[in-house]
Design a protein around this ligand. Structure first.
Ligand SMILES: *Cc1c(COP(=O)(O)O)cnc(C)c1O
Length: 363
């Protein structure tokens, strides 16, 4: 890289401390924690911070990230968090210890692949308790578990559910209780043991704080809370975690006073939308060297709350700085905090440099 801007500043100590706090609280309740690495493309320095904070295993939605973590020497148990592609079962079996699943045809293919490689592949059967993303409907769980338990080279180690992702459904004592109940039903009817009941991610931490996670739930898969100290599904910050482990810094490339309404006939913007403007007179605007190619614009928030993002094209971000007390000039940097969606996007952009702070980890 020729320049360190835009830069994602990452405080690995704060991520380590967040991990430690989540792990401590979960362990007190008999719950193990998978550190979810997809939110930051499994950047190894951050994975190291999660490991130092005591996570019980690593989990990612992308097999590519799991392979990279294996290559970097992480020897923790790896769980694949996106249900596998039928076309990719050989690699799933080769690189992931555990995968989450909801399709019998895929599980059969995993079984075949495991046989060919001479390994035992473990799966968690996903149950849809209402969010309507992945998972078997509750009434079909027993039948599916019966089919899976008859397969060679596959071990069903538990049931899991996902919430707060597609349907925005909150984890509650009732829907998690249903998962626990189904686990017991499968154990009793099929005479097998299901050591894991995996009860969601960050959004379940709120229940944990209130002592409302039903007995029997013994695993959470946590990303957002550890990284950002926020819980988007419950619309809250988590008071016992750091919210500022990440900061995006972007350089200013133009500062000018301009009218707030464009001049001329309005067609479409560069993304095909018809823009609309409110006339606020002449405003002081900064253009920053980042754009929609790098970042989900709705997912970044100026650290100076008097600044307002006006919009962006593929490579330019336009910010109203009229009300800021900082005397922003060309060449200065403006700082932003990130939402989970913002973090995902900047970690995926090859144009954003990563700068690590407080690398001596936690506690
Ligand atoms: C992303 C993901 C998680 C982590 O969710 P957070 O809200 O970031 O804690 C957990 N489980 C599955 C299946 C996921 O895809």
């Amino acid at each position: 890289m020729l320049s360190e801007s835009p830069a994602l500043e990452i405080n690995v100590r704060k991520i380590c401390e967040n991990t430690y706090r989540v792990v401590e609280k979960c362990h007190e309740a008999g719950i193990s924690v998978l550190g979810v690495t997809k939110g930051f493309s499994a950047i190894p320095e951050i994975v190291t911070a999660m490991v130092a904070g005591g996570i019980d295993g690593l989990a990612d939605a992308r097999l590519e990230n799991i392979i990279e973590m294996r290559d970097k020497g992480f020897d923790q148990s790896m769980t694949l968090l996106r249900i596998p592609r039928l076309s990719n079962v050989h690699n799933v079996v080769k690189y992931a210890d555990i995968s989450i699943n909801s399709e019998i045809s895929v599980i059969q293919a995993l079984s075949q692949a495991a046989k060919e490689q001479g390994v035992l592949h473990k799966i968690i059967l996903m149950v849809d308790v209402g969010d309507l993303r992945e998972g078997i409907l509750t009434e079909n769980v027993l039948m599916a578990a019966r089919k899976i338990s008859g397969l060679q080279d596959i071990e069903i180690i538990g049931l899991g559910t996902n919430m707060g992702c597609f349907g925005g459904i909150l984890p509650e004592t009732e829907n998690l209780g249903l998962l626990v109940y189904l686990g017991k039903l499968v154990e009793n009817r099929l005479g097998i043991r299901l050591p894991i009941i995996s009860g969601g991610g960050t959004s379940t931490l709120r229940l944990l704080e209130n002592g409302e996670v039903p007995d029997g739930v013994n695993q959470l898969r946590v990303g957002e809370g550890i990284l950002l100290g926020t819980d988007t599904t419950n619309q809250r910050t988590i008071p016992w975690l750091h919210q500022d482990a990440f900061c995006l810094r972007v350089e200013v490339i133009e500062v000018k006073d301009k009218p707030s309404v464009p001049i001329g006939t309005i067609g479409r913007d560069s993304f095909g939308n018809i823009p609309q403007f409110v006339d606020e007179g002449i405003r002081k605007r900064a253009i920053l060297a980042i754009g929609k190619q790098d970042v989900y614009i709705e997912g970044i928030i100026p650290a100076d709350d008097t600044m307002k993002i006006l919009g962006a094209s593929s490579d330019h971000l336009i910010v109203d700085i009229t009300d800021s007390e900082q005397n922003i000039k060309v060449g200065d940097e403006i700082a932003f905090s990130l939402t989970y969606a913002g973090l995902l996007s900047v970690c995926t952009s090859k144009y954003v440099t990563r700068v690590f702070k407080e690398a001596n980890l936690c506690l």
